[in-house]
Design a protein around this ligand. Structure first.
Ligand code: BG6
Length: 489
């Protein structure tokens, strides 16, 4: 027996205390553990990027201005019964006209980065062919104003507003033609903005819009396709991502960085044992094999192909090469734990545990509370795919956000959520998980897709009658985190 063999767990606790002297347990792990458990201030790495995020259809409005074509969300939101409160994004936050004021809101937080999306139908009203000369003018103005106010722009090329013309002409993402013209669109945008924008996200949350838009019929375009077609749609979207990466490399300024923003299927070890962690690693790889996996590995896993069987997507080696064109970073949108994973004696060696009905959630029912998700998702992604630069491209929560009689909005539940998630994110960075930045969803309340204006995710409250923006209490919370680059006191 070694001398350490005699130590009990309590002794290990003491031993960890020696880390302050540079002895004993791994110092950063011990500091991270202390910070995660208590209230001690915990710093993020130097140069950590703090930002907020939005998307075009959710905030811009101005749907008929300056030559913009229709998107699938225009058509979908105008279809009776699709949006809970029967609203549309026609006006939304009127950001198209109020962008200066809105950028001022970001500056007031002190955040130095802003992730926005470009509306494809503004740039190519028919999806392809002739570009709209005024299409990128708005984004030029936006980017210039961001830079003027000292905020670094991060652009997303696709946040779900597919040109309706493509849906009508070729069946939208059902056709690889859409992937091809997405590459052309990416080339066009890159040639215009990469003198000022050096980070571009290709596609936002394929995992969500493919399943909900093409499989379950809940999101635009509202299709309920059989599994084989849904898998083909996902493959076409992955191909579009790869073509866009290549187009940006070809047309963008050298040094332009590009990556995807994906709602990774989040797997959390049911509790922390080495066996459960290994099981969560395997589950992360398998449950993300259809999109993130093929992008980062250049192949579909055997498990994925076996499970899909005759419904597996059709693909060529050449397509897999394009899809897995190396990227510079990986964006992970992280809101909730989707799967709690335990090791299992049965194949495939892991199992998903059922959620009890009493599992807590935020104001959106789907948004279960699991702060450790933002620790495990990047840690497991870094381990499974060896990715070197991770951004949390979205994280945040809805809250009821009623204006109090004194005119203020006390969103204490959002602060509770953020405080706990950011603690866990800090724990990840302290342990060396390569997370480089964080974009809080969202800068302001907006059109929340099928929930219309009924769910509020903003740091700023928006009165949609008057377009008045009011800082919620969480603005003060986030401003403090950003200013100190730390969580806790
Ligand atoms: C993310 C999307 O999945 O979740 C955002 O990228 C969206 O666009 C956010 O606003 C909240 O989703 P939902 O479905 O509650 O509106």
């Amino acid at each position: 027996m070694t001398v350490f063999g005699k130590f009990s767990r309590r002794h290990f606790g003491k031993l960890a205390g020696l880390s302050a002297l540079g002895l004993g347990a791994h110092p950063s792990r011990a500091a991270a553990a202390a910070a995660a458990d208590g209230a001690a201030p915990a710093s993020f790495p130097k140069d950590f990027v703090w930002g907020t995020a939005t998307s075009s259809y959710q905030i811009e409005g101005a749907v008929n201005e300056d030559g913009r074509g229709r998107s699938i969300w225009d058509v979908f939101s105008h279809t009776p019964g699709k949006i809970e409160d029967n609203t549309t994004g026609d006006v939304a936050n009127d950001h198209y006209h109020r962008y200066r004021e809105d950028i001022g809101l970001i500056r007031d937080i002190g955040a130095k980065a802003y992730r926005f999306s470009i509306a494809w139908p503004r740039v190519f009203p028919d999806g392809a062919g002739k570009s709209n000369p005024k299409g990128l003018d708005f984004y030029d103005r936006l980017i210039d104003e961001l830079l003027r106010q000292g905020i670094v722009p991060y652009a997303t090329l696709y946040h779900w507003d597919l040109p309706q013309a493509l849906e009508d002409r070729v069946g939208g993402w059902r056709s690889s033609e859409t992937a091809k013209v997405f590459g052309d669109y990416a080339a066009h945008v890159a040639a215009r903005i990469t003198d000022r924008v050096s980070s571009i996200f290709t596609i936002n949350e394929a995992g969500r819009f493919v399943t909900f838009g093409y499989g379950l019929g809940v999101d635009a375009p509202g299709l309920k396709l059989p599994d084989a077609e849904v898998n083909q749609v996902r493959h076409n979207v992955a191909l579009a991502h790869g073509l866009a990466v290549q187009a940006i490399r070809a047309q963008g300024r050298p040094g332009t960085r590009v990556g995807v923003a994906e709602n990774i299927a989040t797997c959390v070890p049911a509790f922390d044992t080495p066996e459960n962690v290994r099981a969560a690693e395997t589950a992360t790889r398998e449950l993300n094999a259809g999109f993130l996996g093929v992008i980062l590995e250049g192949k579909y896993t055997e498990g994925f192909l076996r499970y899909a069987g005759k419904d597996a997507p059709k693909f060529t080696d050449q397509e897999l090469k394009i899809i897995s064109t190396p990227t510079d970073f990986t964006g992970l949108n992280i809101y909730a734990p989707q799967f709690y994973i335990a090791a299992s004696d049965q194949p495939p060696g892991w199992s998903m545990l059922p959620f009890p009905n009493s599992f807590p959630h935020m104001n959106s029912e789907w948004l279960r509370v699991g702060p450790e998700t933002i620790y495990w998702a990047p840690r497991l992604a870094a381990k499974v795919w060896n990715v070197e630069n991770i951004y949390i491209s979205e994280n945040g929560t809805s809250s009821e956000d009623k204006v109090h009689p004194d005119g203020k909005i006390y969103d204490l539940d959002r602060i509770m959520y953020l405080r706990n998630y950011l603690r866990q994110l800090q724990r990840a960075t302290a342990e060396g998980v390569p997370v480089r930045g964080y974009f809080l969803w969202s800068l302001m309340d907006n059109f929340e897709w099928i929930f219309g204006y009924g769910k509020r995710f903003g740091l700023y409250h928006v009165d949609f009658e008057t377009q008045r923006r009011t800082a919620k209490l969480s603005v003060a919370f986030y401003r403090d985190v950003v200013a100190r680059n730390a969580i806790g006191v």
